[in-house]
Design a protein around this ligand. Structure first.
Ligand code: FAD
Length: 473
């Protein structure tokens, strides 16, 4: 059968991994096609992930700051929320970015094809949907960037619109009086932050024994304390076991994660329930076996350090190659795969991938965590700098944060770090750079940081470690 479309490089999926890979491949001179099932480019991150959630978190932050300003003599009163205008703002932010991508594709002569791609052979894809009958695309090389989707717990009545995944929650159809969030990870807690600020009474249940599993417990504590103060009910080691859609609401019954123990929380009824218990890779939905590409039982596609699958001319990147499922990991991998495909002799050597929860306060960590260091028996030293000693944090009336650096005991090189506090997500980049550059405590401490900024807390943590601390005020 003759092909409808022929190209040197095809990228499946236009999320942050896919569009980055396609743009880089085109910049390197490869004739590139980008296949995306939805009309809008940008994938989960731009359409229903990072970007809309941060736009709504900004609104939540404004509400929160206005509520606290009374403490320093500024009275704003109760906010009036025009949900349609807030939704329009979020959509404007998303639209600006996705339209930008369409323009950038055109500029680079990347051909964008709308439709759902599946493999029919090691060098062919069938693209269904979009406009008209399925088309056959023949390629020399391929980058699979089909991403992931929210895990839908099977015991939930998903046909009821009051049961939501993160995409539904971002649509902001209404502000429920009572919201139950199942899952106390990054996505669940970010959405809890938004809905609480908008006026919902929020309950969070988490199966593990701490919120934000993966982050050190001490980093999570200031957030847990603030949520408690704000009236958010958090129940750890708790599992949503039975769920029933009723006229009066969604009734949920709980079990303790500890066998034989009674759950902390009695069954109850909520106006809406958000399920945020993780994301599943889309690797199993592409008929990849027809191209000979290995896919694990869970739907991940294994790759080597050059992002190659077991089939050398087919690469895979982003959420579907493994954890952490983060946009900045996907873009980095996308660039690498395109460069290798174009003949570059490179491999994946990133030592650290920062994680950020854009909650209030934000929590950010990178490299080795304290928990990990203990578990692996690494010889490390830990230094903390409390923000109660930072003039800037005091001025912002946000002293609950702290900055922690983790050093290799023998070399004094920084190997990890964590920050909790406002803007922690922006501040963690310095720690990531320090790890990548092999910086020692003295290198960070001797670097002049502008005063008064929260960034000084990074230098101060290094000075605490070196024993050369000076007063911050
Ligand atoms: P995706 O973004 O999932 O894109 C895959 C694309 O492939 C999609 O557009 C899909 O439609 C398309 N596709 C799938 N199958 C096919 C097919 N067969 N044919 C054609 N097209 C196909 N990460 C961060 O780093 N920071 C954050 O703040 C952050 N916030 C988040 C908030 C939420 C609510 C969610 C859900 C996620 C968040 N993430 C965040 C995670 C981030 O969105 C993902 O890590 C990132 O989008 C992964 O990029 P990707 O390119 O691998 O895939």
């Amino acid at each position: 059968r003759p092909a409808d479309i022929e190209c040197r490089m095809v990228v499946i999926g236009a999320g942050p991994g896919g569009y980055t890979a396609a743009f880089r491949a085109a910049d390197l001179g490869l004739d590139t096609v980008l296949v995306e099932r939805y009309p809008s480019l940008g994938g989960v991150c731009l359409n229903v992930g990072c970007i809309p959630s941060k736009a709504l978190l900004h609104a939540a932050d404004v509400i929160e700051q206005a509520a606290h300003a009374a403490a320093y003599g500024l009275d704003f009163g109760k906010p009036r929320i025009a949900l349609d205008r807030l939704r329009a703002y979020k959509e404007k932010v998303v639209g600006q970015l996705t339209k930008g991508l369409a323009g950038m594709s055109k500029q680079r002569k990347v051909r964008v094809v709308q439709g759902t791609a599946k493999f029919v052979s090691p060098h062919e894809l069938e693209i269904a949907g979009g406009d008209g009958k399925p088309r056959l695309l023949r390629f020399e090389q391929c980058i699979i960037a089909a991403g992931s989707q929210a895990v839908k717990l099977p015991n939930f009545p998903w046909d009821d619109p009051r049961v939501m995944d993160s995409t539904d929650a971002l649509e902001l159809q209404e502000i429920p009086k009572k919201l139950l969030v199942v899952g106390g990870g990054i996505i669940g807690l970010e959405m809890a932050t938004v809905y609480r600020a908008l006026g919902s009474e929020v309950t969070v249940v988490e199966f593990m024994d701490q919120l934000m599993p993966g982050a050190d417990k001490d980093l999570v504590k200031p957030l847990a304390d603030r949520l408690k103060k704000q009236g958010v009910a958090v129940h750890l080691k708790t599992k949503a076991a039975t769920v029933k859609a009723e006229k009066k609401g969604i009734t949920v019954g709980f079990e303790s994660a500890v066998e034989g123990q009674k759950p902390e929380l009695e069954s109850g009824t909520w106006d809406r329930v958000l399920v945020a218990v993780g994301r599943a890779p889309n690797g199993g939905k592409l008929d990849a076996d027809r191209a000979g590409v290995r896919v694990t039982e869970r739907g991940f596609i294994p790759v080597d350090r050059q992002m190659r699958t077991n089939v050398p001319h087919i690469f895979a990147i982003g959420d579907l190659v493994g954890q952490p499922m983060l946009a900045h990991k996907a873009t980095h991998e996308g660039k690498l795969a395109a460069e290798v495909a174009a003949g570059g002799k490179k491999e994946w050597v990133a030592r650290v991938i920062p994680s950020v929860a854009y909650t209030d306060p934000e929590i950010a960590w990178v490299g080795v965590t304290e928990t990990e260091a203990k578990a692996k028996g690494l010889k490390v030293g830990v230094a903390r700098f409390p923000w109660a000693a930072s003039g800037r944090a005091i001025g912002l009336d946000r002293t609950e944060g702290f900055t922690k650096l983790i050093f290799d005991e023998a070399t004094h090189r920084v190997v990890g770090g964590g920050i909790v506090g406002v803007h922690a997500g922006d501040l963690i980049a310095e720690v990531a750079l320090a790890i990548e550059m092999g910086a020692e405590a003295a290198d960070i401490g001797h670097t002049i940081h502008p005063h008064p900024t929260l960034s000084e807390s990074v230098a101060m943590a290094a000075e605490v470690y070196e024993g050369t601390i000076t007063d911050l005020y």
